[in-house]
Design a protein around this ligand. Structure first.
Ligand code: AMP
Length: 227
């Protein structure tokens, strides 16, 4: 393989979409299929919230209200995680950036090749979020209506117990969607102006299975020689 080709396989992407659009679900499948790392800031915060540290308590105060954790906290964590990724290995950022400030800071840290945009109607998002379940051990995402585990309440991958996120309740879901529309969605315009390639995957049906969408994303990445 040519050196240039090999470099192109290590895509640096942002997976972008509203809460519940499927960033975690698609991100983990793309990780397996493309051999890239995923940095999911929400997952990192949920881990931090498990311990009683000052930082864990601080983060919890924001996450449980559906508010954004302050930029300086997020950026510090992101920098650390990015620096752990071996030189030349690709990655997908899930849940970062969420503000213009974060997007600008990211530019000073690393180059991004492409945005993977998950376009999902609001109605599907709300239905999905309220029936979402997560594995307490490995973070795999399920849905008790549309993406069921083989054994009720248990993770297919590791057998861990499934739980409902404390911020997946109607009141906090409404807040998170509002925060997304006000602070995060405008980033799309920002990236369009920067002429960053955007690959869009549209979900039209609530019962949509993830695999075809993932395959579609990979096909499009290949067309752009990014996978
Ligand atoms: P997520 O798992 O991506 O839905 O994130 C869960 C929660 O973590 C969000 O509602 C925010 O409170 C917090 N969070 C995750 N990523 C960020 C970020 N980049 N900036 C600020 N807060 C974040």
């Amino acid at each position: 393989m040519e050196e240039a080709d090999r470099r192109q396989k290590h895509v640096k992407a942002i997976i972008f979409g509203a809460p519940g659009a499927g960033k975690g679900t698609y991100g983990s499948r793309l990780k397996e299929k493309l051999g890239v790392e995923v940095i999911a800031t929400g997952d990192i915060f949920r881990e931090l919230m498990k311990d009683n540290s000052e930082l864990g308590k601080k983060v919890k105060g924001f996450v449980e209200k559906g508010l954004l954790v302050p930029d300086e906290v997020v950026v510090e964590i992101l920098k650390q995680r990015l620096s752990d990724i071996p030189e030349g290995k690709g990655f997908i950022l899930d849940g970062f950036p969420r503000t213009l400030e974060q997007a600008k800071t990211l530019e000073g840290i690393t180059k991004i090749d492409v945005i993977l945009l998950l376009d999902v109607p609001d109605q599907i998002i709300i239905e999905r979020l309220s029936s979402r379940r997560i594995c307490r051990n490995c973070g795999t995402v399920y849905n008790i209506r549309f993406l069921k585990p083989k054994v009720e309440g248990l993770c297919d991958k590791c057998g861990g117990p499934l739980y409902q996120r404390s911020d997946d309740n109607p009141e906090v879901i409404t807040k998170r969607l509002q925060v997304y529309q006000e602070q995060t969605e405008p980033l799309l315009e920002y990236y369009k102006k920067k002429k960053l390639p955007i690959i869009t995957a549209t979900t039209k049906r609530i019962e949509q299975k993830p695999e075809p969408i993932v395959d579609e994303l990979i096909e499009d990445l290949k067309k752009q020689k990014l996978a």
